[in-house]
Ligand binder design. Structure first.
Ligand SMILES: Cc1cc2nc3c(=O)[nH]c(=O)nc-3n(C[C@H](O)[C@H](O)[C@H](O)COP(=O)(O)O)c2cc1C
Length: 209
């Protein structure tokens, strides 16, 4: 089993990476393979341009880290989304990345356990988590939690390394995800599968009932 950890920080090995690396360490210790993919820096992901191309081709029209992550999802059983806090919200590029990943590759997310983690110097963590959690919640991804909201604090990796509580939260998150993955695997072997899909019912609020 494998977990894909997406680092949405502009920095390859900054604070968000440090948090994700701790989650990955715990997963590996529990026998789960991991890959940390940097989908932040320098790429300046904008949001979805609503062009409809992905509905026809199955890929985002901008062939960047979104399509790369989508390809990696084929081998992933779980996903961790990581972002720094920028102005009390996730990094703008991570939000754009997640929107484009969802619209173009949402089917690859479905039913896979997910977790979101954030790094901040000081504030805005729970507001940022609230935004990040929207995508897994939309795509029927069981959300994995920890012993506290999944956040670390620091302005650089050295400071995050001193955030013992934050690192323990990341460790617990990784172990909880490993546990859930193993439960799902055992369930599959026992014939327990996700509920069968239903044709979606879509209502427009402006229509009279
Ligand atoms: C544009 C920008 C906005 C930021 N806004 C916040 C903020 O609202 N709250 C906070 O605590 N830290 C804020 N920070 C600091 C980062 O969240 C913090 O240093 C984080 O740990 C960096 O993670 P990284 O090294 O993975 O990029 C901001 C940093 C930048 C560059």
């Amino acid at each position: 089993m494998k977990v894909l950890l997406l680092n949405g920080s502009p920095k390859v090995k900054g604070c968000t990476y440090t948090a994700l690396a701790q989650v990955a360490k715990a997963l590996e210790e529990e026998g789960i393979e991991t890959e940390i993919l940097h989908v932040g820096g320098g790429k300046n992901y904008g949001g979805c341009v609503s062009c409809g191309n992905c509905a026809k081709t199955g890929k985002c029209i901008y062939d960047d880290g979104v399509n790369l992550a989508a390809a990696r999802l084929d081998q992933a059983d779980g996903v961790v989304f990581g972002s720094p806090v920028h102005y009390g919200a996730p990094a703008g590029s991570m939000v754009g990345f997640m929107h484009r990943l969802g619209i173009s590759a949402g089917a690859k997310l479905k039913n896979k356990p997910a977790a979101c983690v954030v790094s901040a110097r000081r504030g805005g963590t729970t507001a940022a988590l609230e935004v990040l959690n929207k995508l897994p919640q939309y795509f029927q991804m069981p959300l994995v939690s920890s012993q506290y909201w999944p956040m670390v604090h620091g302005s650089n990796p050295q400071q995050v390394a001193q955030d013992q509580e934050g690192l323990q939260i990341m460790d617990r998150l990784g172990r909880n995800m490993a546990w859930l993955l193993k439960c799902i695997q055992a369930g599959k072997e026992a014939g327990i599968n996700p509920p069968a899909p239903q044709p979606p019912v879509k209502t427009d609020f402006y229509k009279e009932l």
